[in-house]
Write a protein that binds this ligand. Structure first.
Ligand code: OSB
Ligand code: MG
Length: 375
């Protein structure tokens, strides 16, 4: 296909409640959606949508929203506009000369992929080889001001039917919260924690005390680059160590597994450069006997729909952070929100990612449109 036009729709969506992690508190989601127009071999124009998952500030990873848009405008889009044939399978290869900026690359690959699948009348789930029609829905719970708040907020999600709870932790907001959740909801609750790199190996004796609570896993306790230290921590505690921030490609997943740094892997397509690389992370992990699950970045309905399809691959044996749209948004940007029912989310079956943008809401949430075209 020939890429004809890219439109970056910058949007701002209010969150239903503030979301606090060890790196900060978020009250609004700012991002951009990419609308790509491509011309097929038969001359038909097709449109696809992608979503950028970079946060406003470089606090989760080095990438940030403004940088992501700039890198697309200045370097990535011109490469794709100049290419004779652009397909989802070649976007990553075409863009390989530009180092890093995985989230920007992923958003572009998504838009091309959605357009290509729509042209073929094929769902993303079918394209990937999904083996499930629903995926278990977990929820990521932010750091709360008090232990009572933590128990109350988690109780609310359990009442709604979520299949698994993940609680954000940081030094000063960890053991008492975890202990209270176990006391309130029992040992059978599928329960895990996420530190977003807030600890150091010197905290190992403290972290080890989490072993008393039968957690499914502890996610990213140490820094992004601390692969060897994660391997060492894993020898010091029983709770399985899961990596998020540190896994930036299939190669880094293979390294982490070989080093003993990851007993479980959180796969986020944006973090690894796209859904095709995310599938490669799944494939290498599965081949090495390592469980994976699908992470989230407060996606709108577009990314949420795509994540649900990815999580339907056979290696996704743990519930992901694929909650209903209403966990973060009163109104989603898609005509139909993603719904959690009976502890699961349905895998979309329509062409492409299987969701459509609601243009009225897009208009309301939009702050700016950036038009890019071949020069
Ligand atoms: O570490 O998984 C994380 C959100 C933003 C950045 C990093 C993370 C998260 C979440 C939210 O935990 C997951 C979701 O979208 O539900
Ligand atoms: Mg995480």
């Amino acid at each position: 296909m020939k890429l004809r036009q890219l439109r970056l729709h910058h949007i701002e969506m209010p969150l239903v409640a503030p979301f606090t992690t060890s790196f900060g508190t978020q009250t609004v989601k700012r991002t951009f959606l990419i609308e790509a127009r491509l011309e097929t071999a038969s001359g038909e124009l097709v449109t696809g949508w992608g979503e950028n998952v970079a946060l406003d500030d470089p606090v989760y990873s080095s990438e940030h929203l403004a940088g992501s848009a700039l890198v697309i405008e200045r370097w990535l889009a011109p490469i794709l506009f100049a290419a004779e044939d652009v397909t989802a399978e070649t976007v990553g290869h075409l863009l390989r000369r530009i180092i890093g900026h995985s989230m920007a690359k992923s958003a572009l690959e998504m838009a091309v992929l959605d357009a290509q699948l729509r042209a073929d009348g094929r769902s993303f789930a079918s394209y990937l080889g999904a083996v499930a029609t629903t995926v278990p829905s977990g929820v990521s719970v932010g750091i709360q001001p008090s232990v009572d708040d933590t128990v109350r907020v988690i109780g609310g999600y359990l009442e709604q039917g979520y299949a698994r709870i993940k609680l954000k932790i940081q030094p000063g907001s960890d053991l008492p919260h975890v202990a209270a959740v176990r006391r309130a909801f029992g040992d059978d609750l599928p329960f895990q924690v996420d530190a977003n790199a807030a600890y150091s190996l010197a905290d190992s004796s403290h972290l080890r005390r989490l072993d008393d609570y039968g957690l499914l896993l502890i996610e990213q306790p140490l820094g992004e680059a601390d692969m060897r230290q994660h391997a060492e921590l894993a020898t010091l505690m029983r709770t399985p160590v899961c990596l998020d921030e540190s896994i930036v490609s299939a190669e880094s997943a293979a390294d982490a597994i070989a080093l003993g740094a990851a007993a479980v892997i959180n796969i986020k397509p944006g973090r690894v450069g796209g859904y095709l690389e995310a599938r490669r992370v799944h494939d290498v992990s599965r081949a090495l006997g390592i469980a994976v699950w699908c992470g989230g970045m407060l996606e709108t309905g577009i990314g949420r729909a795509a994540n649900a399809a990815l999580a339907a691959l056979p290696g996704f044996t743990l519930p992901g952070d694929i909650s209903g749209s209403d966990r973060f948004y009163a109104e989603d940007i898609t005509t139909e929100p993603i719904r959690m029912h009976d502890g699961v989310v349905d895998v979309p079956t329509g062409p492409g990612f299987g969701v459509d943008v609601d243009h009225e809401r897009l208009g309301r949430f939009r702050t700016r449109v950036q038009e890019l075209a071949a020069r």
